[in-house]
Design a protein around this ligand. Structure first.
Ligand code: SF4
Length: 572
C-alpha cells in the first residue's frame, strides 16, 4: 500500500485486498460450476418459478410475493428517488420495496423513515463512524442505535432525505441494501475476531465473502422471507449463531475422525428464536473456505422450497420441519454437486467457554500488551456527538476500528497500556460507561413503540426502568440477561433471556371490561443460548409496564434465595 494512506485506511484497503484474494483463488459460489455465470433472471428466475409452482398447487401468494413479482425492488430506485423529491412517504407495496434499500417507513409511530445499515462482522472504522455521525445530523435524527445484529440504524429521517441517506451511506463505504424485507440480513461474526484470546478462527474473511455475495448476486434477493447467517469463531463473546437460519460455529475436529483434524465450521440450521426454535447441529462440518458456497446452496434450496403463501410459515425452520434435515441436506448436496462431510459429535473437542461479561469493560487481547474496552450503551443508543467521540477515541487510543456486538454495544480494540486510562476517562466524559452491573450488561431491548409500528410497548423505556429500579435493590453476583421485545417478531429474542418480556396491551383496570389498555408484558424465564440453549417458559402474562420493575426485582431476589450454589445459573 502507498504511504499516502493513514494506518486505518490501509487496514481497510487490506480488507478489500483479502476479499480480492478469495476471488482470485477462483472459487466460484455458483453451484452450476460456471465461473462468473450470471444468475438467472426474468420469468425463469428461481423465485418466480417457485411462486408459479405454488400458485399451480392452489396456494394464494402473500401480497409481498405479488409486489416482488410486479416490480423487483432493486428495479425501483428511480421511483424511490422521485418520491423523495416530492417529499412523500410510500404506500404499503413501496414501503415493502424500500426496505430492500434499508428504508423502513415507521408510521404511525413516527412520520419518518428508519434506515438500517449492513456492517459485516460488526467491523466499522473510526472514519466511517465519524462520517456516519454527520449523516445522522444532516439527514436523520442525530443519533444511531446499535442493533441485536451488531448493526447500526439511523432514525427520524424525513421523506425528502430517503435517497440522500442511502447514497451518503454508500459514499462512506457502507451499505444499507438488503437490510430489510425478504433478504439475507446483516452478517454477524465473532465480535473479537482477530484478537480474541480463546478464538479458534478469525471469522472476518468468511463474513465478508458472504456479505459481498449477498450484496452482488441478484438471486439472493428472491427469498420468501428474511434469512439470518452468523459466523462464530469461538471467542468469549457469544455471537448467538444458534438463533440464525444458518449458524457457522468454529470447532476443533480431533484426530481419528473421517476428516483430517483441524478447525472447521459446524453447520447449524433452522434457528428462529421468536418461533421457539434454536438452530440445530446437522452433523455436517465444512472447510471454512467453503462456507459461502454452502450457504449459497442452502439459500437456493430455501428459495425453491420456502412457503410463499403464509408469511408466518415462510422461514427456513418450516421447510426443515416439513422435509426433515436429511432430505433438505440432500437437496443442498444436489445444488453443490458433491456430498457434505459429516462426523460424529464425539470427534469434536469441547468449544472454548464463553463469558457473559466479556463485551463490557477492559479485557486483554491475544496480542501481548493490547486490550479492548467494551462500552455500555443505554439499550444501544449513541448520539451523533458520542459517535464522533467514540470514533476519535478509537483513532487516538486504539487501532482505529470499532466492533459492534449482538449485545447492542461496541468494543474499542487495540488499546495499549499507556492509553487505557485516557480511553476510559474520555468514554466517561462522553457520557458513556465502560463498567456495568451484572444486570445492565445483559439488558437488551428492541426498538419498541417509539419507532416500530408493531410494538405493543415502549421496550427501551421499560428496560431502562427495570435497570434503574433493580440496580440499587438487587446485588447480583452472576450475570443475568433480560431481553425486552415489543412483539412476536422478537428482535430482542425474549425466548433466550434468563428473563424475557414480550410486549402486550394490558387492561389498565383488569376488573373493568371497558378499560383502556396500557403498555404491558408477558414474562418468560429460563431461556438460554449456546451450551445452555433453551427456550424460556411463560411465567406470567398481562403485567403492566409500570409493574414490570417490581416483578423483575422479585424474580431476581427469588433466584438469589433459591439457587443451590452461587455458580448455579438463572436457567438451572
Ligand atoms: Fe418492532 Fe417487534 Fe422487532 Fe420490536 S420485536 S423492533 S416491536 S418488529
Amino acid at each position: 500500500m502507498s504511504g499516502d494512506f493513514s494506518p486505518e485506511q490501509k487496514r481497510y484497503l487490506e480488507g478489500f485486498a483479502s476479499g480480492l484474494q478469495i476471488a482470485r483463488a477462483g472459487r466460484s459460489l455458483n453451484p452450476t460450476g460456471a465461473p462468473g455465470a450470471a444468475a438467472p433472471s426474468g420469468p425463469d428466475a428461481p423465485h418466480l418459478a417457485a411462486m408459479a409452482r405454488q400458485e399451480a398447487q392452489g396456494r394464494k401468494l402473500a401480497d409481498q410475493e405479488k409486489w416482488k413479482r410486479e416490480e423487483h425492488p432493486f428495479d425501483a430506485f428511480h421511483r424511490l428517488k422521485e418520491q423523495a423529491r416530492r417529499d412523500e412517504f410510500p404506500k404499503p407495496p413501496d414501503n415493502f420495496r424500500w426496505r430492500y434499500y434499508g428504508l423502513f417507513y415507521v408510521a404511525p409511530n413516527q412520520d419518518a423513515y428508519m434506515c438500517r445499515l449492513r456492517i459485516p462482522n460488526g467491523v466499522v472504522t473510526h472514519w466511517q463512524l465519524a462520517a456516519l455521525s454527520d449523516v445522522a445530523d444532516r439527514f436523520a435524527g442525530g443519533f444511531s442505535h446499535v442493533t441485536t445484529r451488531a448493526n447500526l440504524q439511523l432514525r427520524e429521517i424525513p421523506a425528502r432525505h430517503a435517497t440522500n441517506v442511502v447514497e451518503a451511506i454508500q459514499d462512506i463505504g457502507l451499505s444499507s441494501r438488503h437490510s430489510g424485507a425478504d433478504n439475507i440480513r446483516n452478517v454477524t461474526g465473532d465480535a473479537t475476531a482477530g484478537f480474541g484470546v480463546t478464538e479458534l478462527l478469525d471469522t472476518r474473511p468468511y463474513a465478508r465473502e458472504w456479505h459481498f455475495h449477498v450484496q452482488n448476486e441478484r438471486v439472493m434477493s428472491g427469498l420468501p422471507r428474511k434469512f439470518n447467517v452468523a459466523f462464530d469463531g469461538g471467542g468469549a463473546i457469544a455471537t448467538l449463531e444458534d438463533t440464525n437460519d444458518i449458524g457457522f460455529q468454529a470447532v476443533e475436529v480431533l484426530p481419528s475422525a473421517s476428516v483430517p483434524a483441524g478447525v472447521y465450521f459446524r453447520l447449524l440450521l433452522g434457528g428462529i428464536s421468536g418461533h421457539k426454535d434454536l438452530a440445530r447441529p446437522t452433523g455436517v462440518v465444512l472447510d471454512p473456505a467453503e462456507a459461502a458456497k454452502i450457504a449459497n446452496a442452502i439459500v437456493l434450496v430455501f428459495i425453491d422450497r420456502g412457503n410463499r403463501a403464509d408469511r408466518n410459515k415462510a422461514r427456513l425452520k418450516y421447510v426443515l420441519d416439513e422435509m426433515g434435515f436429511d432430505a433438505f441436506l440432500k437437496l443442498v448436496e444436489e445444488k453443490l454437486g458433491h456430498p457434505l462431510a459429516r462426523i460424529d459429535e464425539s470427534h469434536i473437542a469441547p468449544r472454548p467457554a464463553q463469558d457473559r461479561q466479556a463485551h463490557i469493560g477492559v479485557h486483554p487481547q491475544r496480542q501481548p500488551g493490547l486490550s479492548y474496552i467494551g462500552l455500555v450503551l443505554p439499550v444501544g443508543k449513541l448520539t451523533s456527538d458520542q459517535m464522533r467521540e467514540v470514533a476519535a477515541i478509537a483513532s487516538g487510543c486504539g487501532d482505529g476500528e470499532i466492533r459492534l456486538t449482538v449485545w447492542q454495544n461496541l468494543l474499542l480494540p487495540g488499546i495499549t497500556e499507556d492509553k487505557l486510562d485516557e480511553a476510559k476517562s474520555r468514554i466517561e466524559a462522553a457520557g458513556l460507561e465502560w463498567r456495568a452491573s451484572s444486570l445492565r450488561a445483559g439488558l437488551i431491548a428492541c426498538t419498541g413503540s417509539k419507532g416500530c409500528r408493531l410494538a405493543a410497548a415502549d421496550t427501551k423505556g421499560a428496560a431502562q426502568a427495570i435497570a434503574a429500579y433493580c440496580e440499587p435493590r438487587v446485588e447480583l453476583d452472576q450475570p443475568v440477561n433480560i431481553h425486552v421485545t415489543g412483539c412476536h417478531n422478537s428482535c430482542a429474542q425474549h425466548y433466550i433471556g434468563d428473563i424475557g418480556l414480550i410486549g402486550a396491551r394490558v387492561a389498565e383496570d383488569p376488573d373493568n371490561e371497558e378499560s383502556e389498555t396500557v403498555d404491558g408484558f408477558n414474562v418468560f424465564v429460563g431461556g438460554g443460548y449456546g451450551a445452555d440453549g433453551a427456550i424460556g417458559r411463560e411465567l406470567v402474562t398481562n403485567v403492566k409496564a409500570s409493574d414490570a420493575p417490581q416483578l423483575v426485582e422479585s424474580l431476581l431476589k427469588a433466584y438469589l434465595a433459591e439457587r443451590a450454589s452461587p455458580d448455579q445459573s438463572f436457567q438451572h
